[in-house]
Design a protein around this ligand. Structure first.
Ligand code: AP5
Length: 219
């Protein structure tokens, strides 16, 4: 058996990025994240893809989905270069789920569950390092020195889409587009729901046990 193919699903702020970092490190697999890939290419020219806007930026800052053609191409390229992976931020609608099923098989589907009230608190308090991309939180995960990254000394800033209007829209977009994807994956044999409202270390413990029961992660 090859390295594990893991999908992590959940609403904005559920902890997908945080836990994907643990997964990638623990099992030595790639962290494939559409959010980071798009943030690194916010101004790429997508005008030849017949889209409403010419770059991903306008979609992302409003909290809307970037068109499928752009995201599908990013994922296809990243997965073709990875043996094992944890896929974070994709698929976000049923069309993307259909596309993914033609690209690869999946061993484990982790669904992080968190209430809307908690998600709003997490997203509005999140601060991200402009140097290394590390996440902090003004209440739950404070840096030693306010506004400064513990890891690289970079400046901490708020993501454009963590402002209140965009947060509400992102949660609505999730309910409308991604909830049906999760419902569909509930029939997958590797599906497991994880209580994402626990402290991060406990969420990680639940994920690690779930993955070890469902995939071969021996070194
Ligand atoms: P993306 O970057 O994927 O954003 P998201 O799904 O909204 O997820 P987040 O990164 O906000 O949250 P997360 O679940 O990773 O939580 P995190 O670990 O950071 O996408 C951004 C945009 O890109 C989209 O809106 C869209 O425009 C576009 N896009 C991306 N993929 C696309 C696709 N497939 N199709 C179309 N468009 C796409 O944690 C959040 C905060 O909570 C942090 O501060 C963290 O420290 C804290 N925290 C984490 N876990 C806990 C815990 N257990 N307890 C307390 N605090 C916690």
């Amino acid at each position: 058996m090859g390295q594990p193919h893991i999908l992590i699903l959940g609403p904005p702020g559920a902890g997908k990025g945080t836990q994907s970092g643990n997964i990638a490190e623990e099992y030595g697999i790639e962290h494939v994240t559409t959010g980071d890939a798009l943030r690194g290419n916010k101004d790429m020219d997508i005008s030849d893809m017949d889209t409403e806007y010419d770059t991903p930026r306008a979609y992302m800052e409003a909290g809307d989905l970037v068109p499928d053609a752009v995201v599908n191409a990013i994922v296809e390229e990243a997965l073709s270069a990875a043996d094992g992976f944890v896929l974070d931020g994709y698929p976000r609608n049923l069309e993307q789920a259909e596309e993914l099923s033609g690209m690869t098989d999946i061993d484990v589907v982790l669904s992080l569950e968190v209430s809307r009230e908690e998600l709003v608190d997490r997203l509005s308090g999140r601060r991200v390092c402009d140097g290394c991309g590390a996440n902090f939180h003004v209440e739950f995960d404070q840096p030693a020195e306010e506004g400064i990254c513990d890891g690289c000394g970079g400046e901490l800033e708020q993501r454009e889409d963590d402002r209140p209007e965009a947060v509400e829209n992102r949660l609505d977009v999730f309910d409308e587009n991604t909830t049906p994807v999760i419902e569909q994956y509930q029939d997958h044999e590797g599906f497991v729901a994880i209580d994402g409202e626990q402290p991060p270390a406990e969420v990680w413990g639940a994920i690690d046990s779930a993955v070890r029961e469902r995939a071969d992660v021996s070194e």
